[in-house]
Design a binder for this molecule. Structure first.
Ligand code: COA
Length: 175
């Protein structure tokens, strides 16, 4: 559970197969800009094959978290994160998004803190993500959370943000 700056409380949990339609609708509901920043491509929605992969959390060291707000008899997805544990390099790679009306209330920061904690538990020593260089919100968020930004020599439109995970004492418990 996490208290947002707008006064609402949200929950984070692994996605389940029954979340498929809600997750599809969540991605559809993102603004064009947010979807573009999330997938670094112009998508109107997540392709069905990719959606199927998203809901099979835990397969092949790939996990999907969703952030939900409880309503009357239903849950609304207000954020998601997908991460992969690379056992060879002891690193976690992640991407994530927050529903546009919920931007700026602390969910992104809390998700990143949560991902760091989960990554450390998996045995990762490093966590990283790739983003468009033009994505100002993620660059600021990453800086605020102690990530180093590394330019992509092969593609100047991309930036990698990464951080060494040194111990759980350095990772605020977000949820
Ligand atoms: C990036 C994203 C996840 C941030 O989530 P969020 O919940 O809005 O982030 P927070 O509320 O925790 O804000 C954290 C910091 O990010 C920065 N930030 C957030 N929104 C910003 C904006 N519109 N402009 C500039 N900086 C911004 C600020 O530094 C902010 O710190 P502050 O609140 O102390 O000012 C969200 O903008 C998003 O979903 N974008 C689309 C998908 C995406 O870009 N994903 C990342 C690449 S995979």
């Amino acid at each position: 559970m996490f208290a947002c700056r707008n006064g609402h409380t949200v929950n984070v949990r692994f996605v389940e197969t029954s979340d498929r339609d809600n997750l599809r609708d969540y991605f559809r509901s993102l603004s064009l800009q947010s979807r573009h920043n999330r997938f670094m491509a112009a998508l109107s929605e997540l392709p069905a094959i990719e959606l199927d992969r998203f809901i099979r959390s835990g397969e092949e060291n790939l996990f999907t978290l969703i952030v939900t707000m409880a309503g009357t008899g239903s849950e609304t997805i207000v954020g998601e994160a997908r991460y992969a544990f690379h056992s060879g390099s002891l690193s976690v790679e992640f991407g994530f998004s927050v529903s546009d009306p919920w931007h700026g209330v602390g969910i992104g920061t809390a998700l990143v803190n949560d991902l760091e904690r989960r990554s450390f538990t998996l045995g990762a020593e490093r966590i990283f993500g790739d983003a468009l260089y033009s994505n100002t919100p993620i660059r600021r968020l990453a800086r605020k959370c102690g990530y180093e930004a590394v330019a992509n020599a092969a593609d100047c439109k991309l930036i990698r943000f990464e951080k060494l995970l040194v111990g759980p004492q350095d990772i605020p418990s977000a949820f």
